[in-house]
Design a protein around this ligand. Sequence first.
Ligand code: FAD
Length: 317
Amino acid sequence: MDMGECIEQRFQPILETKVFTKTGQVKKMKVPDIMEERMSFSFEVFPPKAEQPMEPLLETLEHLYQFKPDFISCTYGAGGTNAGRNVEICKALKDSGKTIPVTHYTCIGNTKAKIRAELEGYLDIGVDHILALRGDFPKGWEETRGDFDYASELVAFIRSNYPQFTIAVAGNPEKHFQADSFESDITHLREKQDAGADFIMTQLCHDVDHFAWWLEKIRRAGVYLPVDVGIMPVLVKESTIRMAVSNGSAVPRELAEIIARYGDNPDDFKKAGKEYTVKQIFRFINTGIDGIHIYTLNKWKDVADILMAAGRKPQPE
Ligand code: FAD
């Protein structure tokens, strides 16, 4: 078996998400349990704007389920904008019985009382996985204007008040853009681990060699949590550049060449970008990563093309 085949095999869906306890009872696995057994596979979606219909996203989810994601995460607008829609989607994910819903959640503008009410709301609908974030400051803000300044404080609050939650936190392989140094950023990542986080979900990073360097650096700094890499499909020139720049993320030569060569032709760009994304999936698997998380941008057709090219075939019910 060659290396490519071997990597493709690691990318195949494994449907078992149950374990047997010592007493023989069946227990649903949580995301970190899955990562302990094998590489996890997951998607991110975002809620439609308030005035837009839900149906297209619900239809998108039906297509995404066919790729047997271990979990699907749903973004949360900083400041709680669109929070109702986030809950609606998390509930739809839970009610489908087809995957584990993971809600994103931020400190922006949130008091402890509001956080309590919203966390209890998630638990009431059966959502017990949360990505605990500080959140990006809305335009003109320089602080969270809530009861917590940093994600580590939110993690500690959730861990001590709602131990039922499995907690993910953000990791920034290229350093959070506001951090003074890699060292301080990794120290703060470690603080999130110490506060009770269960796994790390990373910001987009196109530079896989740099990612491997960061992975080693955080391990040396005592960060032992499983790491789920976020992969941003390369589909549209403008958004590829905008998202890299706004996260302070590098554009490696191979991607820069795709932008230079195909940037004026959206169809050719998308074709080359999809091929590039498939290679990136294999490269990240090769780093020995604990999970692959695809930022779907709610575009299931493009994501399906990428996954099928990477050897992960849809499995209709
Ligand atoms: P923190 O971990 O709190 O870090 C923020 C900054 O403060 C860093 O520079 C850090 O080094 C520094 N810092 C941390 N602790 C301290 C301390 N004690 N003292 C001094 N400095 C400190 N945003 C949304 O609004 N909604 C979403 O749904 C969303 N989803 C995301 C999903 C993923 C996978 C990722 C990676 C990010 C997501 N974000 C989302 C973006 C995220 O909110 C931003 O990156 C935000 O700027 C930082 O959030 P954080 O949780 O990493 O913050």
